[in-house]
Ligand binder design. Structure first.
Ligand SMILES: Cc1cc2nc3c(=O)[nH]c(=O)nc-3n(C[C@H](O)[C@H](O)[C@H](O)COP(=O)(O)O)c2cc1C
Ligand code: SF4
Ligand code: SF4
Length: 282
């Protein structure tokens, strides 16, 4: 039932025209409807912003939106804001991977520049391979600096994708994440206030940023298909003479190396023997 119909039926039920009682009941129904409207706002109209390299965070964002209902998912790499985002009691969520127990730089930039209604219910969910909730502490600190409160934050264990450092592992985790996501959606729907965090964090990706893609190269098996150029969320790859060139503004998301259909992209020597991973559930 929408709010206007609810107003009508409450009035029709109780109000004999032109009586004082009618006015009292009218005021009473107004209060009921205000509560109804707040609950309604809490439970729907959610905006969930995601950033992903290999699909885990997109998967989690989509599943959360589905469980929350009336929620839309937006890419942080593409979203263009047109004024203030959210309203009082409305849900604004951020879903992203943990990078060194910190925020991916693109996530930090995006939230820094987003004008968020101070009365919004803000949540942050970090997808992580190990202990990544330092990213939630970083998010809380960032919001705090903008005069905003993080209402809810926690992590979801997902496949660990950092191929530059290790062989990707825990690949079966996505299939097991359903109950965790359902629990989180239930918490958010009920307006729960809870922030899980830790202090393990590093600024590694915020230092020497132009060096982050120096170790990438494509082997001769590259077919020149251009998928790496299309896949990079920040336009950091350009095809030149049918070979990718990295442009020095890398987020270190590992999408290019994992998605190359020829497994032609390497990061130094060690990745030659490591498996490629992309979340195929999204
Ligand atoms: C550069 C980089 C740093 C990472 N650092 C962490 C970390 O500190 N803690 C952790 O639990 N996982 C870490 N991971 C693993 C990812 O956070 C995890 O696999 C995540 O689910 C990937 O999400 P995506 O598929 O949405 O990109 C790191 C991955 C990358 C690429
Ligand atoms: S995705 Fe792989 S095969 Fe395609 S252009 Fe890039 S490096 Fe070459
Ligand atoms: S160059 Fe590769 S690792 Fe860097 S941001 Fe683009 S896709 Fe991600």
């Amino acid at each position: 039932m929408n709010i206007r119909n609810a107003q009508k039926s409450i009035n029709n039920l109780f109000i004999p025209p032109n009586s004082q009682k009618a006015l009292d009941i009218g005021a009473y129904s107004g209060v009921i409807l205000k509560v109804f409207s707040i609950i309604n706002k809490k439970r729907g109209n959610g905006m969930i912003f995601y950033f992903t390299g290999t699909g885990n965070s997109l998967y989690a964002a989509k599943k959360l939106a589905e469980k929350l209902g009336e929620s839309e998912v937006y890419s942080m790499a593409e979203y263009k804001s047109d004024g203030q985002t959210g309203g009082k009691g409305e849900i604004i969520g951020f879903v992203f991977p943990s990078y060194y127990g910190n925020l991916p730089r693109i996530v930090k930039r995006f939230i820094e520049n987003l004008d968020i209604h101070p009365g919004a219910y803000i949540f942050g969910i970090v997808t992580m391979g190990g202990s990544g909730t330092g990213s939630i502490s970083a998010l809380e600190k960032l919001l705090d600096g903008k005069g905003l409160k993080l209402s809810y934050g926690c992590g979801i264990f997902m496949p660990a994708n950092y191929i530059a450092k290790y062989n990707p592992m825990f690949l079966g985790r996505t299939a097991k994440s359903g109950r965790r996501i359902e629990k989180i959606a239930g918490d958010i729907k009920s307006g729960k206030k809870s922030v899980r965090k830790n202090s393990i964090t590093s600024d590694f990706l915020y230092m020497n940023t132009e060096e982050l893609d120096k170790a990438f190269y494509a082997e001769d098996s590259c077919s020149g298909c251009g998928l790496c150029e299309k896949t990079c969320p920040v336009g950091n790859i350009r095809l030149e003479k049918n070979r990718p060139r990295w442009l020095g503004n890398c987020e270190h998301c590992m999408a290019c190396i994992h998605r190359c259909p020829q497994k032609a992209i390497q990061y130094g020597e060690k990745t030659k023997k490591r498996r490629r991973y992309y979340n195929t559930e999204v």
